[in-house]
Design a binder for this molecule. Structure first.
Ligand code: 13P
Length: 259
């Protein structure tokens, strides 16, 4: 396979699955399956529920496992009277390096908008963590031919006021909503074409260097059986993996997609 200019990322979004004891087991099994060279070949990120972050941090730390720790959400303020929320500095203190922002489930069920996504993207960057900002169209939008406009608008909205140097460090995940948890992934060609649109938006906002550097993932029914075909596409820089990341054997095979 040709050498890629952008370092791939495979991120597991565990959503509201795995309590901290189960999470520890999954990380231990996953690290047992992976070889050191796998971590060189791509960034491996696990995003457990908040309740498991501390446990996973200590496991990774104690055994020097080069897996990266991600959170699934955060608030945009450093602290304050926001009952039930978790702040970026709290996450940074746990060695969290990545934070998923604006997942479609958060937009759909918890009222997140491009404006709150933007506040969160900036807050995560301010604390030297990497936002994984999610964009993607619904089935109705796709059928109405609105996919390109939708991801363009979400990308512009999410990055409003973000500097070019910061934008290059951020990660975008293209997750068509109709492909999430449905077993129906976008074809590699379709995912590639929409990610090219997102990269074009980044180019318009920040210029070619940032557009060439920023990593854009695909998410939506990624599994061991389809990741190689997705990664063969030039625009796709990795996967944001839901269901298939819950099982360490399956997620290890996703990470080892070159095999
Ligand atoms: P699935 O891989 O279960 O379709 O979920 C995708 C997703 O939402 C990852 O954030």
């Amino acid at each position: 396979m040709a050498r890629r200019s952008r370092h791939p990322i495979m991120a597991g979004n565990w959503k509201m699955h795995h309590n901290h004891l189960e999470a520890i087991q999954v990380v231990q099994k996953l690290s047992y399956r992976l070889e050191l060279k796998d971590y060189d070949e791509c960034d491996v990120v696990v995003c457990p529920a908040f309740t498991a972050l501390r446990s996973i941090q200590t496991v990774l730390d104690a055994d020097n496992i080069p897996m990266k720790l991600g959170a699934q959400n955060c608030h945009w303020k450093d602290d304050g009277a926001y009952t039930g929320e978790v702040s970026p500095p709290m996450l940074a203190k746990l060695n969290v390096s990545h934070v998923i922002v604006g997942h479609s489930e958060r937009r759909q069920y918890f009222g997140e908008t491009d404006e709150t996504v933007n506040l969160k993207v900036k807050a995560v960057l301010k604390h030297a963590m990497t936002p994984i900002m999610c964009v993607g169209e619904s089935l109705e939008e796709r059928e109405a031919g609105e996919t390109d406009v939708r991801v363009d608008t979400q990308t512009r909205g999410g990055f409003a006021g973000v500097k070019a140097a910061d934008a290059a460090e951020a990660v975008i995940a293209y997750e068509p909503i109709w492909a999430i948890g449905t077993g129906r992934n976008a074809t590699p060609e379709d995912a590639n074409a929409t990610i090219a649109i997102i990269r074009r938006t980044v180019r318009e906002l920040y210029g070619a260097a940032t557009a060439d550097a920023i990593r854009i993932l695909y998410g939506g029914s990624v599994k061991a059986g389809n990741i190689s075909a997705l990664m063969a596409m030039p625009e796709i820089d990795g996967g944001l993996v839901g269901g298939a990341s819950l099982d360490p054997d399956e997620f290890a095979r996703v990470v080892q997609y070159r095999k």
